[in-house]
Ligand binder design. Structure first.
Ligand code: SF4
Length: 103
């Protein structure tokens, strides 16, 4: 019993030769136009009405429209299925539509 428990609690160490730097995968985020923007512009508050949503999303999309890493952002959001907010210039419903068309 004690032996089984010890083996269950063993921590598996990752093989160092399989590791690669992650920084380069996320480097594009350092150039994101939204780094200096309030994140509340990109994510819906609870109970947001349609008119307020349209206005907020319009502001977010304006930031995305001048973002030099928009493509990388959108590709990442589509790849991981970001469920909320404006990413890469598209709101969640727009990303779902893109995903549905390309599936
Ligand atoms: S595309 Fe929009 S959400 Fe994505 S990094 Fe740029 S400003 Fe931020």
């Amino acid at each position: 019993m004690a032996k089984q428990s010890a083996s269950r609690n063993r921590i598996t160490q990752p093989r160092i030769d399989r590791l690669r730097p992650l920084g380069s995968d996320w480097e594009w985020q350092m150039r994101a136009a939204c780094r200096s923007t309030d994140s509340a512009v990109f994510f819906p508050p609870t109970g947001e009405g349609l008119r307020a949503r349209r206005l907020r999303e319009s502001k977010a999309k304006a930031v995305c429209g001048r973002c030099p890493v928009r493509r990388a952002c959108l590709e990442q959001a589509l790849a991981v299925g970001e469920p909320y907010g404006v990413w890469g210039g598209l709101a969640e419903s727009e990303r779902r539509a893109v995903t549905a068309v390309s599936a």
